[in-house]
Design a protein around this ligand. Structure first.
Ligand code: HEM
Length: 484
């Protein structure tokens, strides 16, 4: 219903948009050696091909047809240069902030941010806050949250896994990821309060990449409304917390150990003593929720898929995790020292991130004409780096379809070839959080159950992240000797 409404609206608006675009669009870039490729159809560009082929095939076919270094396409209504291979990644990661700046599709900005922010410069906002996010999400800062991650993971196993013979991993991983974020970011653990945030949040994630037509009934319209509701609730939470912190300060009571990320954001000051505004904090929290939700859930899901499919890999992980479990009492929670012992498990998780990367890549915009591999990328073009130009490329990963965690032993993959979290100054600030969440979850599943795919032929499709169409149903076979 929703899809057909969106489709009809698109068709209705197409003739108007077409004539406008044909009038407004600059035809090519005469006289400049721009990257080879195709702009596809007017208005729709190569969006349809991208959706039909999936990102991996779309990129591979164009690298073969146009250039293995950089090719042009038109997606999301923009002229775009897709940079490929280790050299392409290196160019984009090392030139960020020099000849490139951040760029996000309009539909995403409108669903996620306060109007004040998308009307003004998103670039300034993120530049101000990026360093701070890296600071509060760095390993030393996250160590204290490992027991809380383990504790929530155990609750989740007891409530949603143990009572069932078969579970659907992807939806459960999403529930867990969202609940964990609510607890660690804002100390929210009441299920009703989590639902108050998760219901509108799902409207945002379901609609932010849809056709940006803001009319009643469209997914995009619901995403904008959902975004407004999430922001309103976050503002209530942030204002209440600011008051609590001020009261704490007045009473001069000792700061509680292990503050959550919200309190850290409220207390941080830049070198001039400026604090983050409530809107900036709300933008940060919603940005972290969106950036972590699908990606980390997909990462957890595909690790478990590989463990179910590959018994020898499962056995290796089980051995490592049971050695850790044996050193602990029944109620003793995981610590940083335990995580540091999970070396093979992390290699397995990394190989899973290589084979089924949760994020496809990221956009930038050129701030000046620039040259790469003999081609000119004009000022104002959008650029895209993508995991799909290296992760399955036999030049960097021999026998690329083979699942082989030993690729990460020793010096590991060559620089700029393994990029699930990006690279350079904009590399994902949540990569350590994701690592901890995945490892803690692996520990809790593997030490309890053996896994069997309920449908080994289930299809995988690409939404924002790779998604098993049935949610990855797996049969749980509990280990007899493990007690909760
Ligand atoms: C397996 C899970 C994850 C994957 C694969 C992933 C991947 C990525 C990628 C590829 C980018 C874009 C980098 C670029 O622009 O070049 C990114 C950005 C970002 N990620 Fe993650 N991410 C994950 C989990 C998380 C988590 C758990 C958080 C927060 C707790 C997070 C927060 C962010 C933020 C805030 C950005 C934007 C950074 C900026 O623009 O400067 N991510 N992530």
């Amino acid at each position: 219903m929703e899809a057909s409404l969106t489709y009809l609206l698109t068709l209705a608006l197409l003739p108007l948009s077409l004539s406008l675009i044909i009038i407004l669009r600059k035809r090519g870039s005469p006289g400049r050696n721009v990257p080879p490729g195709s702009g596809g159809w007017p208005v729709v560009g190569e969006n349809v091909e991208f959706a039909m082929l999936g990102p991996q095939r779309f990129i591979k076919e164009r690298m073969e047809k146009h250039s293995p270094e950089v090719f042009q396409t038109s997606i999301l209504g923009e002229k775009m240069a897709v940079f490929c291979g280790a050299q392409g990644n290196k160019f984009l990661f090392t030139n960020d902030g020099k000849v490139l700046t951040s760029w996000w599709p309009e539909s995403m900005k409108k669903a996620l941010l306060f109007p004040e922010f998308y009307e003004n410069s998103l670039k300034d906002v993120s530049a101000l806050q990026r360093g701070f996010l890296h600071e509060i999400l760095k390993p030393e800062a996250l160590k204290q949250y490992i027991p809380a991650m383990d504790s929530l993971s155990r609750e989740h196993m007891a409530a949603d896994w143990h009572p069932n013979d078969v579970v659907k991993v992807f939806p459960l991983a999403k529930n867990y990821t969202f609940a964990l974020a609510c607890r660690l970011f804002m100390s929210i653990s009441d299920p009703d309060h989590i639902k108050k945030l998760s219901d509108p949040f799902l409207l945002v994630t379901n609609g932010m990449f849809s056709v940006p037509i803001d009319l009643p009934g469209t997914a995009y319209n619901r995403a904008i409304k959902g975004g407004r509701m999430v922001r309103a609730e976050l503002m209530r939470i942030i204002t209440a917390r600011r008051r609590e912190l001020a009261a704490e300060e007045r009473k001069e009571t000792a700061a509680p150990a292990g503050r959550d990320l919200l309190s850290k954001m409220l207390l941080v000051r830049d070198e001039n003593g400026r604090e983050l505004s409530e809107m900036e904090i709300s933008n940060n929290i919603i940005g972290m929720l969106v950036a972590s939700y699908e990606t980390t859930s997909s990462a957890v899901t595909f690790v478990l898929k590989h463990l179910a499919d590959l018994p020898h890999v499962y056995d290796g992980v089980l051995k490592e995790q049971m050695e850790i479990a044996k050193t602990k009492g029944a109620d003793e929670l995981l610590t940083w020292e335990d995580i540091e012992k999970m070396k093979y498990s992390w290699n397995v998780a990394r190989e899973s991130l290589r084979v089924t990367p949760p994020a496809q890549g990221a956009f930038r915009e050129t701030t000046t004409d620039c040259t790469f591999a003999g081609f000119t990328i004009p000022k104002g073009w959008k650029t895209f780096w993508t995991v799909h130009s290296t992760h399955k490329n036999p030049k960097y990963f021999p026998d690329p379809e083979k699942f082989d965690p030993s690729r990460f032993e020793g010096r590991g993959p060559a620089p700029y070839t393994f990029t699930p979290f990006g690279g350079g100054p904009r590399m994902c600030p949540g990569k350590e959080y994701a690592r901890l969440e995945v490892l803690v979850f692996m520990y809790n599943v593997v030490t309890r159950f053996k896994l069997q795919r309920a449908n080994p032929n289930e299809n995988i499709v690409f939404h924002a992240s790779p998604t098993p169409v049935e949610g990855l149903p797996v049969r749980l076979i509990p280990h007899q000797n493990i007690q909760d």
